[in-house]
Design a protein around this ligand. Structure first.
Ligand code: ZN
Length: 222
C-alpha cells in the first residue's frame, strides 16, 4: 500500500477531486470522532468511505450519525472493502458478504446502464490490469440501478457499480480499489468517482412532515 499510495488512499482519492475543483476534506480512523464531527458531517455534501480490517473500530454513534445524514440527503460513495463497513451494512440491512480472491487478476468492468450519469464519458468497458477479485453472490438488496458488472478471468462476475436511494440520500457502491494496486490513479476510475460525486450530491427535494398531523381537508366524522 505504501508503494502504490505513499500518502494513503484518502489522499489518492482527494487529489484528483481537488484538481477538479471540489473542496475536499479527509478523515481517518485515528482522528477524534474518526475526523467526522457533527459539524463536519452537517457540512458534507458527499462522503467517500474506504475501509478494510478496522470496520469494527468505527464507533456505533458515528455510524448512526452518518446514516442519519444520508437519510437527510448527504451522498455516500462506498468503495471496495467498504462493502463490509458498519455504515454500508446498516444502510443495506443485509450481510453484504461476498466471495474474494487476492492474486492480482485482470478485471473488466462493463457499463450496463449507459444512460446513467455515473457512466458519462466512459467507454463501454473499463479494464484494470490487476485487482482483487470479488464474486457473486454479493448479499445486498437488489440495487436501485446497476451501472457496472465486473468479469474476472477466474470465471466470477460481480455487481461492481450499484446505486441505492435511502431517504433523500443517494448511495453508490463502487467495487475496485484494493490497496496494493494503483486503481485510484486510473483516469477512467477517477472519471467514475467525479461522476459519482455529481450524481450523489444533495438535490433539492420536498421537506416532509412526519408524525402526527392535522388533516388538510375538513373531516366530517360522525
Ligand atoms: Zn481488497
Amino acid at each position: 500500500m505504501q508503494a502504490v499510495y505513499p500518502q494513503g488512499i484518502h489522499m489518492a482519492l482527494a487529489h484528483p477531486l481537488q484538481k477538479a475543483g471540489y473542496a475536499v476534506r479527509t478523515a481517518t480512523l485515528d482522528e477524534p470522532s474518526h475526523g467526522l464531527s457533527k459539524e463536519i458531517l452537517d457540512n458534507t455534501d458527499v462522503l467517500f468511505w474506504w475501509g478494510h480490517m478496522a470496520h469494527g473500530e468505527v464507533q456505533d454513534a458515528l455510524v448512526e450519525a452518518v446514516v442519519q445524514r444520508v437519510w437527510q440527503g448527504m451522498g455516500l460513495i462506498v468503495l471496495h472493502s467498504g462493502h463490509f463497513s458498519k455504515v454500508f451494512k446498516r444502510l443495506m440491512g443485509t450481510s453484504c458478504d461476498l466471495k474474494w480472491r487476492e492474486v492480482g487478476e485482470h478485471e473488466r468492468l462493463w457499463v450496463v446502464h449507459p444512460a446513467h450519469p455515473i457512466a458519462a464519458g466512459l467507454p463501454e468497458f473499463l479494464e484494470l490490469e490487476h485487482e482483487e477479485m470479488y464474486g457473486e453472490h454479493f448479499d445486498i438488496p437488489t440495487p436501485d440501478e446497476l451501472v457496472f458488472v465486473s468479469w474476472f478471468p477466474g470465471g466470477e462476475v460481480f455487481r461492481s457499480g450499484c446505486t441505492f436511494y435511502r431517504g433523500k440520500g443517494r448511495v453508490f457502491y463502487f467495487r475496485p480499489g484494493h490497496e496494493t494496486y494503483p486503481t485510484y490513479h486510473n483516469p477512467q476510475v477517477q472519471q467514475v468517482l467525479r461522476n459519482a460525486v455529481e450524481w450523489a450530491k444533495p438535490h433539492d427535494g420536498p421537506k416532509f412532515v412526519r408524525g402526527n398531523v392535522q388533516p388538510l381537508e375538513p373531516l366530517n366524522l360522525p
